[in-house]
Design a protein around this ligand. Structure first.
Ligand code: PEP
Length: 258
């Protein structure tokens, strides 16, 4: 399978931005920017805060913008104050959930084991997953990016059967490039996305590896998206800052048309 046959996916990660009212306005602005364009070549996702899911979903109705949450708890229910379960997300109407974002790992004690448990909970509830992996700067400087990203991919996917891989997108997000304005070069992004595809091939075989969408994330913007997305193993983008401005986000969607 070649890149053209894989699903291109452009996803915004709004992080802790946009109240329900803001979410409605931003989705409406994205829809207006997309009006008249054929975007059937790619899937468009907005990763919104929990409290903005209902508003974002209502605003997105009738468009091909899908709504994602940004986290999920691994348990079905119980004494986990402040957490949100898979059933709750499903009921709220999200289709996707971002799991293992580096900010969750950095600020909220997320580990590969809890990431793995959350991936399983999402799949068990019929949600699709954007699974984030990526090295920190020190690891890149030590030359252990391949080891780190391979280990994260293996542990995060532990016990996930091959038939579920169609419900999982992997986002390669070098932590040093997130929110820093420092983008990986297109060659760096391609190199690590290819490494991840190689790990998937070992875990699941070549067919699954070739069919899996692998995104790059880390200061992707309207200016650099086309070059990053031109690489043969970079199938899409997970976008933070630039997803908060409709014209910029839509330029990235346009760049995925190539
Ligand atoms: C992200 O939050 O996943 C991200 C890539 O952020 P930014 O695009 O702002 O670097």
């Amino acid at each position: 399978m070649d890149k053209a046959k894989r699903r291109a996916v452009i996803a915004g990660n709004w992080k802790m931005n946009n109240t329900a009212a803001d979410a409605t306005a931003l989705i409406n602005a994205i829809k207006a920017e997309l009006a008249g364009k054929d975007t059937s070549y790619c899937e468009i996702i907005a990763g919104v805060p929990f409290t903005s899911i209902a508003a974002a979903k209502a605003a997105a109705e009738g468009s091909n913008i899908k709504i994602s949450a940004q986290n999920i708890h691994w348990a079905e229910k119980g004494a986990f104050t402040g957490e949100i379960s898979g059933a709750m997300l499903k009921e709220a109407g999200v289709e996707y959930v971002i799991i293992g974002h580096s900010e969750r790992r950095q600020y909220f004690g997320e580990t590969d084991n809890t990431v793995n448990a959350r991936v399983k909970a999402a799949l068990a509830n019929g949600l699709k997953v954007i699974l984030c992996v990526g090295e920190v700067l020190e690891q890149r400087e030590q030359g252990i990016t391949e080891e780190i990203v391979s280990m994260q991919t293996k542990v995060d996917l532990l016990g996930i059967p091959a038939e579920e891989m169609k419900n999982i997108i992997i986002a390669y997000e070098p932590v040093w490039a997130i929110g820093t304005g420092k983008t990986a070069t297109a060659d760096q992004a391609e190199e690590v996305c290819a490494i991840i595809r190689g790990v998937l091939a070992k875990l699941y075989g070549a067919d699954v590896a070739e069919a899996t969408t692998i995104q790059y994330g880390g200061s992707m913007n309207a200016g650099n998206a086309a070059e990053l997305l031109s690489k043969k193993n970079v199938d899409g983008g997970l976008i933070g800052g630039a997803s908060l401005k409709a014209p910029d986000f839509v330029k990235i969607i346009d760049a995925a048309a190539q």
